[in-house]
Design a protein around this ligand. Structure first.
Ligand SMILES: *Cc1c(COP(=O)(O)O)cnc(C)c1O
Length: 399
């Protein structure tokens, strides 16, 4: 048995790469480069006719990609991790574990793109999705079919309604009631720094690496972490077969981003707490798991070590929401989140516009809802800018 490498606290693990490990599964650059080089090559020359080198073709494997995968597996407490070309690509790979006639049970407040892919699967591939309120373990249980259900797909907190799914209880229930199903968590909103879903019982955790993991909105990536070698082999097979592995340059950029995840998240969630308190003190209905008024405040604390930095609030007036969003200067109007700078949006007009209006209504997704993704700026400037926009939209504000 090789010695288990020493484990450090999360912020240390994000930065530390053991460049002198003799473990063949560690990040091993022959020159011990502090920043793993970008192996910008499609092919690798072989020494024998049977081609037995560790790498041969970058679709199948590339040292820069391997380095970030090994690092992320450590961060996620995963048996293995994989990086692919986007978050949606990660979900595409995972859903290929589902066969025609099998079913998915998923939340009813899903990322817009997830909804689009699941709709495609039900329209063209005979894979049906049941959308349920995942804040209720029994609502999930009611849709499980031991013969058909292949995936239980969770997001927590959900976006933009910021509802919490009890990953731990759902995973236990699924393993007991439906042992053939895999519990899959989209952990993009929390990042592995705040929430480790494989430790909570999920089989597969995935991320849009475009968000917190990279942190600067300068690349697109997806990350998949799995709990067993068996699932890893199936996921690798799909990635190699379809060719969606992350490019060497983007793998390098993602690796660089991950190293600052702790400092970014700590600052972003401190700022988010201040913004949430400011809005709540001014009478707005705020959705944020860091507020004691959140209906699942206690539950969230059992799953995650912090509230994150995405919140939403209601104004009760669509026109006022539009005015607020268009008046802020520091808060850029943009989809996405997880970037160092702050963003503002109306989900029903942007990120969630692909969900038909009647389904948005059915799911009680408020058209006036404003989502804030809080960055690392000085919080006084952020609150001042928001306050100015609220005053312009007709609200009286105390700071
Ligand atoms: C952005 C996002 C995705 C999709 O990731 P891309 O990198 O944009 O493909 C999936 N889930 C959540 C929660 C996201 O925010």
């Amino acid at each position: 048995m090789p010695n288990q490498p020493k484990r450090y606290r999360p912020a240390t693990e994000l930065v530390f790469v053991d460049s002198f490990s003799d473990d063949p599964n560690a990040v091993n650059d022959p020159y011990h480069a502090s920043s793993v080089p970008i192996y910008q090559t499609a092919t690798f020359k072989q020494t024998s006719a049977s081609g037995s080198g560790q790498y041969d073709y970058s679709r199948s494997g590339n040292p820069t990609r391997s380095a970030v995968e090994i690092h992320l597996a450590k961060i996620m407490n995963a048996e293995r991790a994989f990086v692919v070309s986007s978050g949606m690509s990660a979900l595409d790979v995972i859903t290929r574990l589902v066969g025609a006639g099998e079913e998915i049970v998923a939340g009813d407040d899903l990322y817009g793109g997830t909804n689009r892919l699941l709709t495609y699967l039900s329209t063209y591939m005979n894979v049906k999705t049941h959308n349920v309120d995942t804040t209720s373990v029994s609502a999930v249980e009611a849709k499980l079919d031991p013969f058909k259900t292949k995936l239980v797909l969770l997001e927590t907190p959900t976006n933009p309604k910021i509802k919490i799914a009890d990953i731990k209880s759902i995973a236990e229930m699924v393993k007991a009631k439906c042992p053939n199903a895999l519990v899959v968590v989209d952990n993009t909103m929390m990042s592995p720094y705040l929430q480790k879903t494989l430790d909570l019982g999920a089989h597969i955790e995935y991320h849009s690496g475009t968000k917190y993991l990279s942190g600067h909105h300068d690349l697109m990536a997806g990350v998949i972490g799995v709990c067993s070698q068996e699932i890893a082999d199936r996921i690798y097979h799909v990635i190699n077969a379809t060719g969606c592995g992350l490019s060497p340059f983007d793998s390098w950029l993602l690796f660089r981003g991950v190293k600052t995840l702790a400092v970014r998240i700590e600052k972003q969630q401190t700022n988010a707490m201040l913004v949430a308190n400011f809005l709540e003190a001014n009478g707005f209905k705020v959705h944020f798991p860091g507020l004691a008024s959140h209906p699942q405040y206690e539950l969230h604390k059992t799953l995650s070590s912090g509230p994150g930095a995405v919140l939403s609030f209601e104004t009760g007036d669509i026109a006022a929401s539009e005015r607020i969003v268009e008046t802020t200067k520091l808060w850029a109007i943009s989809v996405s989140f997880g970037c160092v700078n702050s963003l503002i949006s109306m989900p029903c007009r942007m990120s969630h516009a692909s969900i038909p209006a009647e389904i948005r209504l059915q799911r009680d997704l408020k058209e006036d809802l404003i989502r804030l993704c809080v960055g690392i700026e000085d919080p006084t400037d952020l609150i001042e800018d928001l306050s100015n926009a609220l005053v312009f939209a007709g609200y009286s504000i105390k700071n």
